[in-house]
Design a protein around this ligand. Structure first.
Ligand code: AOF
Ligand code: ZN
Length: 322
């Protein structure tokens, strides 16, 4: 598909708007929409603020000034996610767009949600609207990676997070050791706020007694899960079979779109194992070294480094599963 610089520019604005819903749109995706007149002026903008309230397109149309209303019939709507076609908590955006009579719609990516999945785009095309799909598609998918994974693979998006010494240990055999800094600690709380659930193994829960809540950042506390190989997490759990797929299925049923795994090493290994399941690794490396301790998990060959940040000597590496 041909992506003009102009299309990309307006789609970038949609992404910018979408991010304003980061703390409030969940479990709905972050979505931004822009309406551009024939001569290239933005006459309307909106984003999805809160689940249950107007979608991005509704807010964008509502922002158009009455004196610009006549421009709609020759304008283009840009939206980072396919307009919905179903009655959910709100009516279908595709119908609204058709009734407003815009000439063209540019969509960032298809909505994998089973009730939409291409039907929104089809409805627009059936009404004679020119539709372009896939402008900045990668960025649009990445913005809602948790929502996309949940709806595409029927399981939550899984992030494994650990902090290790420069020589590869997650603790010190001899004494308690603080590896995170006050700043990176704050980033951990931000990560917690971005996830629906947080999980640790029983050993970590008993030894470290982590609170697993959000104290150093804005946002809601995730659901807390302690996994114990001797106690079923749900009545249907079968410990004679690998536990992670069962856990994923159960979390999906609970509507958990994202899971943050905070350790310990054994728990991480079970997610990293051949039949395990993970999407992102977030590894913090402290400049400290220790004489010995619990070995940090190995970074698997299927991990691709996609980000590296350094804060006061602590390095945070982010990997994606490829
Ligand atoms: C859009 N624009 O801004 C958003 C969309 O229950 P509802 O009515 O809020 O519908 C939720 C579903 O609609 C959600 O799962 C996703 O598929 C889509 N979200 N669609 O056209 C938006 N937030
Ligand atoms: Zn909608």
């Amino acid at each position: 598909m041909e992506q003009t610089e102009k299309d990309k520019m307006y789609m970038r604005r949609c992404l910018q708007l979408a991010r304003c819903g980061q703390l409030t749109a969940r479990p709905n995706p972050m979505v931004g929409a822009v309406i551009v007149s024939e001569e290239g002026r933005i006459i309307g903008e909106g984003y999805h603020i809160r689940c249950g309230e107007g979608h991005a397109e509704v807010n964008a149309f509502a922002s158009v000034k009455p004196q610009d209303g006549a421009l709609l019939s020759k304008s283009t709507m840009y939206v980072s996610l396919e307009p919905c076609s179903h009655y959910g908590r709100t009516p279908p955006c595709a119908d609204l767009i058709v009734s407003k009579g815009v000439r063209r719609v540019v969509v960032g990516c298809v909505d994998p949600f089973a009730k939409v999945k291409g039907r929104g785009i089809q409805r627009l095309r059936d009404a004679g609207i020119e539709v372009t799909v896939g402008v900045l598609e990668k960025e649009c998918l990445e913005l809602n990676s948790r929502f996309m994974t949940f709806n595409t693979h029927n399981r939550p998006y899984v992030t494994l997070k650990w902090c290790q010494t420069a020589n590869g240990f997650i603790d010190d055999n001899f004494r308690p050791v603080a590896l995170s800094t006050p700043f990176t600690q704050m980033l951990v709380h931000k990560l917690r706020a971005e996830n629906d659930a947080i999980l640790v193994g029983r050993v970590t829960a008993e030894r470290d007694k982590p609170q697993l809540n959000v104290r150093l950042w804005a946002g809601r506390d995730p659901m807390r899960i302690v996994i114990d190989r001797n106690r079923p997490f749900a009545p249907e759990a079968d410990f004679s079979k690998p536990i992670v797929p069962q856990l994923m299925k159960w979390l999906y049923g609970q509507g958990v779109q994202s899971l943050l795994v905070e350790g310990g090493a054994e728990t991480h290994r079970s997610f990293l194992a051949e039949n395990g399941c993970w999407d992102e690794l977030r590894v913090e490396i402290s400049p400290r070294t220790v004489g010995g301790g619990t070995a940090a998990p190995q970074i698997p060959a299927s991990a691709e480094l996609c980000d590296r940040k350094e804060y006061d000597g602590n390095i945070i590496l982010t990997y994606r599963h490829v």
